[in-house]
Design a protein around this ligand. Structure first.
Ligand SMILES: Nc1ncnc2c1ncn2[C@@H]1O[C@H](COP(=O)(O)OP(=O)(O)OP(=O)(O)O)[C@@H](O)[C@H]1O
Ligand SMILES: [Mg+2]
Length: 240
């Protein structure tokens, strides 16, 4: 059997800052195996440890116990193989769009075209709309050709129409580039629009409540009945 792309075994994380907050148990015994080509969406209430989980996978936060293996090797530090898109675009204000994208390579021009941003290659971040800035952040994460793309609510706080457009863009990137994706979202529609699998976390400390494949073809909007049924089912899980 081949080694899975990512394997989390009983991963727990307790923050202990030594400050007034004392210990915070963020994640408890999370086990998750992700294979090449999957698009995993992670849903869960605010503060349940979703970002912590992504940061552990990225190598940005050490775990407290358990193991996190990428291609069979423990994750100990960040790698360009694992791209990360933060919730806010975090562009460098003093660099233009192309320079921001080319930070980790020089493939930027092609990605700009794919993202429909060519006209804005010389624009600076303050000149961009929210949706454009997010496309730039996404393109920047794709430049090093990551195997795994970690997306922390990359489409939050966008107007619904733009959000759906960018979901479709993300879906195309996933299909075209063959990149494995793990996307954190608060939005059930988004999880169903994009995921080949939905992982539901409980409230803090986050434990996996459900881990469900979504065997529906894309684009999902073509299958409203199935989407409605999936939504109803997942909503009931979210309530308990
Ligand atoms: N560096 C840190 N030090 C101490 N506690 C932290 C740290 N980072 C996160 N936490 C705590 O761990 C818990 C989980 O945080 P996390 O950011 O992973 O949640 P989340 O599910 O991403 O929340 P949201 O949906 O609001 O983004 C929270 O209680 C948070 O306060
Ligand atoms: Mg978060």
């Amino acid at each position: 059997m081949s080694t899975p792309l990512l394997q989390l075994n009983q991963v727990s994380k307790t923050f202990n800052d030594g400050d007034a907050r004392g210990e915070v148990e963020a994640l408890r015994r999370v086990s998750l195996t992700v294979n090449e080509g999957e698009f995993v969406t992670i849903l869960g209430p605010s503060g349940c440890g979703k970002s912590t989980l992504l940061r552990i996978i990225a190598g940005l936060t050490p775990l407290s116990s358990g193991e996190c293996l990428y291609k069979g090797e423990p994750v100990i530090k960040p790698s360009l193989e694992r791209g990360y898109v933060f919730q806010d675009p975090r562009l460098f204000p003093w660099l233009n769009v192309l320079e921001n994208i080319n930070l980790a390579g020089n493939d930027g021009k092609e990605l700009l075209r794919k993202m429909d941003l060519t006209e804005f290659s010389r624009a600076f971040p303050h000149e961009l709309s929210g949706g454009m800035a997010r496309r730039v952040a996404l393109a920047r994460a794709l430049v090093p050709r990551p195997n795994l793309l970690l997306l922390d609510e990359p489409l939050a706080n966008l107007d619904p129409k733009l959000r759906v457009n960018l979901q479709e863009e993300l879906q195309r990137i996933w299909e075209r580039e063959g990149v494995t994706c793990i996307l954190v979202t608060h939005n059930l529609d988004e999880a169903i629009n994009l995921g080949t699998r939905i992982v539901l976390l409980s409230k803090r400390p986050g434990v996996i409540k459900q881990d469900q494949p979504l065997d529906l073809p894309f684009p999902r909007r073509r299958y409203p009945k199935f989407v409605k049924a999936a939504k109803a089912q997942i909503s009931t899980w979210m309530e308990v």
